[in-house]
Design a protein. Structure first.
Length: 102
């Protein structure tokens, strides 16, 4: 996924995804209240789609030696069908990661 604000497009890593919002890891701070666009990378299940969101909080990542931030954002005007597809992709990725870790 990628995050776009007024100044740049940045890669991000999804931490959590719900029907109302998303949390993700990113390499710089984002101002609370700022509008961003969350770009989901195209896959077989989901077309490349961009969702508008508002940053509701951020905090430094707890990973040792990491200079990244965890950002929480609330979606605006989401398409339910798209969100169900995204949740299915994320759930599948989590299952695959869990199998690799065991």
């Amino acid at each position: 996924m990628a995050i776009e604000d007024d100044s740049q497009i940045m890669p991000g890593k999804i931490e959590d995804l719900t029907v109302n919002g998303i949390s993700f890891q990113i390499s710089r701070e984002l101002e609370i209240g700022s509008s961003i666009f969350v770009d989901f990378i195209q896959s077989a299940e989901v077309e490349n789609t961009q969702l508008k969101a508002e940053v509701v909080r951020y905090l430094p990542s707890e990973e040792e030696g990491s200079e990244s931030y965890i950002v929480v954002a609330k979606f605006a005007n989401v398409n339910d069908r798209f969100l169900v597809a995204i949740l299915a992709v994320v759930t599948d990725l989590i299952k695959k990661k869990s199998r690799r870790d065991t």
